[in-house]
Design a protein around this ligand. Structure first.
Ligand SMILES: CCCC(=O)SCCNC(=O)CCNC(=O)[C@H](O)C(C)(C)COP(=O)(O)OP(=O)(O)OC[C@H]1O[C@@H](n2cnc3c(N)ncnc32)[C@H](O)[C@@H]1OP(=O)(O)O
Length: 299
């Protein structure tokens, strides 16, 4: 009885800590020191991560390294962390679309890094980006990966850190890790299992299968296949798709995403408590007061 009480308390505390923004799963006891790996990542420069935020609360994050099919260089990993921090603090934000420049999504880690770094640095880079993608997944924004062209390796992993995936005709998601003698390390395997179940995840990873849009929809990995395959058209279509979920005040949309994160990540009792706390942030708020004053009916 006493043991289960303490275990429960430990679990709740752990979950609370993990839910806090910017808190890493790893620290120096895991031989992980963020400032050391950041210095290393600076040595692998190239490409950029661009963020544009519009007045309606939709952000567009562009992976921009088209010469290498938008592979992640070290400086892009650093920039992604900065943009995630900016998005965590975006009070007016409601939604986020992640896409790649020049009509392809992302080919994972820059292979020049993979070739150059030691085992310890490789693992620490993996920790760095896993932390960033965990924070991305927990953003209080509704996020969409717009998959055009190819999402390969770490690029496939990145798609799983978004709430939804929309694919254009002819695009493909492929976990090629096995062919590289690797397994996912950016959190992609864990998230894939949560998204499509362990049997399907095992098939995609062990077969390094090419997942076309039709298969992705069948597996529940993608929501929809967009009609356009051109860059501008598909971005507009992704925005329109997202708008149906982001209509309304930012504080309410953010609260909705937060209760879903709590339900997904916490044990039942902790999730219920968290839900109550989040409820308390919108009760009596402007949107609530206005809806009551208008005697809103929902026919
Ligand atoms: C835990 C992290 C795991 C990882 O992410 S490990 C990395 C996994 N990714 C890969 O192995 C991708 C290797 N690349 C490919 O398979 C193909 O390039 C890919 C993405 C299917 C695209 O094929 P194509 O459309 O035919 O284009 P292509 O091969 O001509 O590529 C254009 C140029 O981009 C380069 N490129 C593509 N992905 C890269 C990468 N990840 N790192 C470094 N360079 C990369 C490619 O070498 C080519 O350059 P070049 O024209 O030969 O000089």
């Amino acid at each position: 009885m006493a043991v289960s009480f303490w275990n429960n308390l430990l679990q709740i505390t752990k979950n609370r800590v993990l839910q806090q923004r910017g808190v890493s799963l790893y620290n120096y006891t895991h031989s992980y020191e963020e400032h050391v790996i950041k210095k290393k990542l600076k040595q692998f420069a190239g490409g950029s991560i661009n963020l544009s935020k519009d007045g309606s609360g939709i952000g567009v994050l562009t992976l921009n390294n088209p010469r290498l099919m938008n592979a992640f260089t070290g400086t892009m990993m650093l920039e992604l962390q900065e943009k995630v921090t900016e998005l965590e603090n975006w009070k007016e934000g409601k939604g986020l679309i992640i896409h790649g420049a020049e009509n392809t999504f992302c080919s994972g880690s820059d292979l020049n890094i993979v070739k150059a770094v030691s085992l310890q640095d490789g693992v620490n880079m993996c920790v760095f980006i896993q932390n960033t993608l965990t924070r991305l997944m927990r953003l209080p924004l509704i996020s969409v990966a717009l998959v055009q062209g190819k999402a390969v390796g770490g690029g496939a992993e990145l798609t799983t850190a978004c709430d939804f995936r929309l694919m254009t005709p002819g695009s493909e998601i492929r976990f090629v890790h096995k062919l590289m003698g690797l397994v996912p390390g950016w959190g992609g395997a864990t998230r894939l299992v949560q998204l499509i179940g362990s049997r399907n995840a095992l098939k995609l990873l062990s077969g390094a299968l090419k997942v076309d849009p039709e298969r992705a929809v069948r597996l529940g990995l993608a929501e929809e296949i967009l009609p356009s395959s051109d860059e501008t058209g598909s971005l507009e279509e992704a925005c329109t798709w997202l708008n149906q979920y982001t209509e309304g005040p930012a504080d309410v949309i953010q609260a909705i995403k937060k209760v879903v994160i709590a339900g997904r990540e916490l044990h039942l009792e902790a999730a219920l408590r968290e839900e109550k706390d989040i409820f308390g942030t919108v009760w009596g708020g402007p949107a609530n007061v206005q809806a009551l004053a208008q005697r809103a009916k929902h026919k």
